[in-house]
Ligand binder design. Structure first.
Ligand code: GAL
Length: 335
């Protein structure tokens, strides 16, 4: 008798799972993209391609770094009754209220690359951003372990800027304590904006050119930094870091105007996010997460990918070119 009951229960369970699975062609995914420059265009295109291959419908909203526009777009996705929203938040703090609205409407939210604070977030998929900061500082300090350093951090509205800084200081602090390195300039760049980065460095160089290295927290910031260095005829004389392996940054690296960038394998980020989003949409199940991260409210199931590499002029062809991530003719020109 007991056996029969067990068999009946397992049949009921099996049917529940099978018939509670939403078919892929009925799944709607929303993508709420805050920032928009080359790296994010690639993320967007990888995600859209992945979902379309799987037969799911995708609605993409791009806010071009406008926080209030992103709020309107996010709420439109909730009204459109998407199953899951993948969000790259302009503001990691204020986006928390939007996540709560989504949850109250049975829409699941995945924070893509940038953590969203103080909310019931379903998942966080990113890279190990502390490691990104360590790789930036590691590369420059291995070339110039002593001297005057400037640090240009990212937008303080982006939690990644906090994590990057932790990684950068993991490398710099011992050298500062040993009095080998002096941090002579330390600023965060609103919206990671190249023009703001340019003004900060240009203003500094007007009063002093006694500078050996600049920790630029991404390639957009490095773009502004290199413009200022060029105007002061210091290009190539002061080390400059970056991240995102953007085309213009890799061209600067080949030409000796930027020292390095960190290439993060964003195709892996998009692939992991696609699988998690579909699992959440099909039957609400949370795929096993390697780690969790405290977002100020809950321990969020998360994946923080380690796949990234320091890119310089010498290994450019073996990394971003070999991966087909960037076009050799564009990056190397006639070189
Ligand atoms: C960060 C991201 C970086 C960089 C920056 C500016 O959150 O991790 O790769 O692109 O935003 O958009």
């Amino acid at each position: 008798m007991k056996n029969l009951v067990y068999k009946l229960l397992s049949l009921v369970f099996l049917f529940t799972i099978l018939f509670s699975c939403k078919p892929k062609d009925q799944i709607k995914i929303g993508i709420s993209l805050g920032p928009l420059h080359e790296r994010w265009e690639k993320d967007r295109d990888y995600l859209v391609k992945n979902f379309e291959i799987k037969g799911a419908k995708v609605i993409v909203k791009e806010a071009n770094n406008d926080e209030s526009l992103q709020k309107t777009q996010f709420l439109d996705l909730v009204k459109a009754k998407v199953d899951v929203i993948i969000m790259v938040a302009v503001n990691s703090q204020s986006a928390g209220a939007l996540v709560q609205v989504a949850k109250n409407n049975n829409v699941k939210v995945i924070a893509y690359d940038r953590l969203i604070k103080n909310c019931d977030l379903d998942y966080y998929v990113s890279f190990d951003n502390i490691k990104v900061g360590e790789l930036q500082a590691d590369y420059l300090t291995r070339i110039t372990p002593q001297g005057n350093y400037a640090i240009l951090g990212g937008s303080l509205k982006d939690y990644n800027s906090i994590l990057l800084r932790l990684g950068q200081m993991n490398i710099l602090q011992p050298l500062i304590t040993r009095n080998d390195i002096h941090v002579v300039l330390d600023k965060n760049v609103d919206n990671w904006d190249a023009d703001i980065a340019y003004s900060i460095i240009n203003d500094y160089l007007k009063q002093s050119t006694d500078l050996d290295a600049i920790i630029a927290s991404n390639d957009m910031i490095a773009k502004g930094v290199c413009k200022a260095l060029m105007e002061h005829e210091l290009c190539g004389k002061i080390l400059v870091s970056g991240q995102d392996a953007e085309t213009d940054a890799c061209k600067r690296i080949v030409e000796g105007r930027q020292t390095m960038t960190v290439y993060k394998y964003i195709e892996s980020l998009a692939s992991a996010t696609t699988n998690i989003a579909l699992s959440l949409a099909e039957n609400g199940s949370l795929p096993y997460s390697q780690t969790t991260i405290n977002n100020g409210k809950i321990m969020v199931p998360s994946i923080q990918l380690p796949n990234m590499i320091q890119v310089n002029k010498e290994n450019m062809r073996m990394t971003v070119i070999a991966d087909g991530y960037l076009d050799e003719k564009v990056v190397f020109g006639g070189i």
